[in-house]
Every structure is written in structure tokens, then in C-alpha cells.
Ligand binder design. Structure first.
Ligand SMILES: [Zn+2]
Length: 99
């Protein structure tokens, strides 16, 4: 099953807008960015002239979504822990793919 990255998603009482913005991400030197204050997740599709695979895009989206969730839950320590965010979002991806 192909996972579709939505334009908007409800997360803990907030409507989060998913924005594809190459320039924004380039400016911050990231593949994605969770902006909790403005309920936005920024993502990019292309990196160094190469288009990401659908799987890679979903992984980045879930990674940023986990950052968003941890911030919303007040888990600032977990939000800052990139190893946690990366492994948790990978587990989430593995489970979602089986739904
Ligand atoms: Zn991260």
C-alpha cells in the first residue's frame, strides 16, 4: 500500500499543514522541519538534484511528525533526541505499512 502524505493532518487538537517548500528547507539546511508554533511541517522533494523516493519522503514526513507530537506532548527532551525521533518514526513507518 502506498502511503499518501496529506496536505493537512489533525495532531493533538491542531490542524497541521504540510507544506512542500524547497527554498525553506534549503535555507535551514534540512530535509524537513516541524514548525510547532505555526502548525506547519515543511518538506522538500529534491535534494542535490535527486528526487527522493516515495518511501524516503514518508520517512521524512513521519520524522517531522514525531518531532511535532513530542513538542505537543511537552516531551522536549524526546523532541531534542534525534536518535529517538529517528528510531520511533522508523518503527511507526514499519507498522503503518502493514495497515
Ligand atoms: Zn529531526
Amino acid at each position: 500500500m502506498k502511503i499518501k502524505i496529506p496536505k493537512k493532518i489533525e495532531v493533538i487538537g491542531s490542524t497541521v499543514e504540510i507544506i512542500w517548500d524547497e527554498e525553506y528547507c534549503e535555507r535551514f539546511g534540512v530535509l524537513g522541519q516541524a514548525d510547532v508554533n505555526h502548525n506547519k511541517i515543511f518538506l522538500k522533494k529534491i535534494h542535490e538534484n535527486k528526487k527522493f523516493t516515495d518511501d524516503a519522503l514518508v520517512e521524512t514526513f513521519l520524522h517531522e511528525l514525531v518531532h511535532f507530537m513530542m513538542r505537543k506532548l511537552g516531551k522536549t527532551d524526546l523532541n531534542a533526541d534525534e536518535t529517538f525521533v529517528e528510531s520511533f518514526s522508523n518503527v511507526l513507518h514499519q507498522v503503518i505499512k502493514q495497515l
